[in-house]
Design a protein around this ligand. Structure first.
Ligand code: SF4
Length: 292
């Protein structure tokens, strides 16, 4: 079963700065996110920049050395508390990087595990989720979501499953990546040693327990958009998820927003992305929200 949510993302102004380093914080950063429909506080559990995918569109700068290679739960807690209080005191409003969105700066829409790598890869994932949940409760952010943005490769790990249970108890959501319908295209786009079968199995297991969001990036590779047969296979995978008891709350379809290190990975035009979304809606019946 799918649920539908209002589509208001085009009203959110463009993000001025997507840097994952804010002042002296190592693990947290504020960002105006169209997909969060407002202010999101990002939590970077991968300051070491490690990922088990190597997406051709990845914007993480892995040429510069990391400032740290491990997550210190105590410091993560302190930084998140400090950032929440900084937001609530209105201090983001004085930051020129946020000047296009002053009306969005007091309402924290979500706390999002979204960093320079794959959050489910770290040891102590559940401990980090628990830390964030405790801060959220202590700071009175009762209705604020906690979002896990993940490539799904680690969702089957015991520690990660414990973390998902904590998420479930604290307005948690899983936003899982799916950019392909076949192993061959997945390898071309995501360049991972993890098999697509495992990604799909992990998405299904997660979606059987709670509704999840699927995030899919569509782009041109050497000038070629996703072929029609690949898009059909992608829709097949979504239908298989639903057919096996997985609940997909929505699909978020987006494209490359900024120039990528791989010059051959380029954006779709808004009309092209709308056409892809229409095909997905028609084939699967799912709610599809477009972020051009
Ligand atoms: S999963 Fe995310 S962090 Fe990892 S390579 Fe892909 S875009 Fe980059």
């Amino acid at each position: 079963m799918t649920e539908r949510i209002p589509f208001v993302s085009r009203q959110i102004p463009a993000v001025l700065n997507h840097t994952r380093q804010y002042d002296q914080f190592l693990y947290v950063y504020p960002v105006i996110s169209r997909r969060s429909q407002g202010l999101s506080l990002g939590i970077n559990l991968n300051p070491d920049k490690r990922c088990n995918f190597d997406c051709i569109y990845c914007e993480v700068d892995r040429r510069t050395p990391p400032r740290t290679t491990r997550v210190d739960p105590g410091r993560l807690r302190e930084e998140l508390v400090a950032l929440i209080r900084l937001v609530q005191a209105g201090r983001l409003e004085a930051d020129p990087r946020f000047r296009t969105a002053p009306h969005l700066l007091r309402d924290i829409r979500d706390l999002a595990f979204s960093g320079d790598g794959e959050p489910t890869m770290i040891a102590g994932f559940a401990e980090s989720v628990q830390t964030v949940a405790e801060v959220k409760m202590a700071e009175g952010l009762d209705s604020t979501k906690i979002v896990l943005i993940t490539n799904a490769a680690g969702l089957d790990k015991a520690d990660v499953r414990r973390g998902l249970e904590i998420l479930d108890a604290h307005q948690g959501e899983i936003w899982g990546k799916l950019d392909a319908g076949t192993e061959a295209y997945y390898r071309r786009i995501n360049r991972s040693h993890v098999r697509l079968d495992r990604i799909l199995s992990n998405l299904l297991e997660a979606a059987r327990v709670r509704p999840i969001v699927i995030q899919s990036l569509f782009l041109r590779v050497h000038g070629e958009a996703m072929p029609a047969d690949e898009l059909a296979a992608y829709c097949d995978r979504l239908e298989e998820l639903a057919g096996a008891g997985g609940r997909v709350r929505e699909v978020q379809a987006y494209t490359v927003a900024r120039p990528t290190p791989e010059a051959f990975a380029t954006r779709l035009e808004p009309g092209e992305l709308d056409a892809v979304a229409a095909t997905i809606r028609e084939r699967t019946g799912l709610a599809v929200h477009v972020f051009p």
